[in-house]
Design a protein around this ligand. Structure first.
Ligand SMILES: [Zn+2]
Length: 273
């Protein structure tokens, strides 16, 4: 972070908590790093900053260096990501992305790449249809920036190039094991050929290529479970928003089933569960 007492930067609100009578403490990701900043009077009805500093707001900020944290003196939205606020599922995906970034990026760490990635991700979660696919793409890229990219091309035990057969994945060993090594490793779980291909595809392709990908439900579920287990293993705790997302999806599915029993409904342009 720069040394001037007053400076301008753009930022994204990752987390917020109430402070005092009318203030809020925000965790912000900026291209220069993750910071904690005080937004004074933001909970008053008359606050001019409030609308520009909501969760996931992408704003231009003027910050003053305070004794304990930064103080936001001005804030102005750079864009509005309305769908994230209007759709609970999209909102929850954005929460999960923000929670992951907050967990992986420490204050004082360089963060221009994670910043660019999170900004892209907020657009994906506001606009795309297959949110699960974009979350997997986001997770793999964040893992790469954080130095935890899983090994997908050579066996993490014997270093042999991996073949397109059923292999194994071990969170503890940080990647895929060949069939022979995998059967002897207690921490390894079977990895289907399809899920392995999807992981490789998402790790190496551009967003435009990912947009054309269509996954079967089984592959989706397998890749999701694998990556979430891997991430929880790295972070050594269960992520709050993952638990909430699972519950929300179950409820939405039950609701969809109920609707389909009642006959055809108008086409739903919303996100896929
Ligand atoms: Zn091996």
């Amino acid at each position: 972070m720069r040394q001037e007492r007053l400076f301008r930067t753009e930022g994204i609100v990752l987390r917020q908590r109430d402070y005092g009578e009318a203030d809020r403490i925000l965790t912000l990701l900026t291209p220069g790093g993750k910071i904690t900043a005080l937004a004074k009077g933001i909970r008053r009805a008359t606050s001019r900053k409030a609308g520009h500093l909501e969760l996931f707001a992408h704003s231009q900020l003027m910050l003053a260096r305070g004794r304990n944290f930064y103080i936001i003196t001005q804030a102005e939205s750079l864009e509005s990501l309305e769908p994230l606020r209007e759709d609970l599922l999209r909102f929850t995906y954005a929460c999960y992305a923000a929670e992951l970034v907050d967990s992986f990026i420490q204050e004082g760490e360089e963060s221009s790449e994670p910043y660019g990635l999170l900004l892209q991700a907020l657009h994906w979660f506001a606009q795309e249809r297959d949110l699960r696919l974009w979350m997997r793409y986001f997770e793999l890229r964040l893992l790469r920036f954080s130095g935890y990219q899983p090994e997908l091309f050579t066996c993490v035990r014997c270093l042999a190039p991996l073949q397109a057969v059923e292999n194994f994945f071990s969170a503890e060993l940080g990647g895929v094991l060949c069939h022979r090594c995998g059967t002897q490793e207690p921490s390894a779980k079977a990895l289907s050929v399809n899920a392995h291909k999807v992981l490789r595809y998402l790790s190496t392709r551009s967003a435009a290529e990912v947009r054309n990908l269509r996954l079967h439900e089984g592959t989706h579920a397998e890749v999701e479970t694998l990556l979430q287990h891997y991430i929880e293993y790295i972070l050594e705790r269960e992520l709050k928003s993952v638990a909430f997302l699972r519950r929300l999806r179950r409820e939405l599915r039950a609701l969809e089933r109920e609707r389909s029993l009642k006959g055809p409904s108008p086409s739903n342009p919303g996100a896929r569960i």
